[in-house]
Design a protein around this ligand. Structure first.
Ligand SMILES: [Zn+2]
Ligand SMILES: [Zn+2]
Length: 101
């Protein structure tokens, strides 16, 4: 076994053997959550053999990661949205030109 995919949602990097995530993503996770993972991590464990405590810790990490991803996507969206007068809302460009006919 050479390693597994990084557990960060959407990350395609292969994590080192025995590591949950690639280093870049791992250090984005708050230390409190990382500590919980190590506390319950047992070398050689699998998704089937890991303890419920580990699963909970992993769940928290993934919830955190998804929130970071969502916030990043929203921040990116806010930067690129335009105020569309025909729609009366902010949305992705191009603005609709209904009403300019
Ligand atoms: Zn990663
Ligand atoms: Zn529009």
């Amino acid at each position: 076994m050479t390693g597994q995919c990084c557990a960060w949602p959407g990350c395609k990097v292969t994590a080192k053997r025995g590591q949950l995530m690639c280093p870049r993503d791992w250090y984005r996770v708050p230390k409190r959550l990382r500590d919980a993972i190590w506390l319950h991590y047992v070398p050689g464990q699998t998704a089937v053999t890991c303890s419920p405590e580990y699963r909970d810790a992993l769940h928290e990490v993934l919830v955190y990661a998804r929130r970071v991803n969502t916030e990043a996507a929203e921040a990116a969206g806010r930067e690129t949205d335009v105020y569309c007068e025909p729609c009366g809302v902010w949305h992705k460009p191009p603005a609709c030109n209904a009403g300019l006919r």
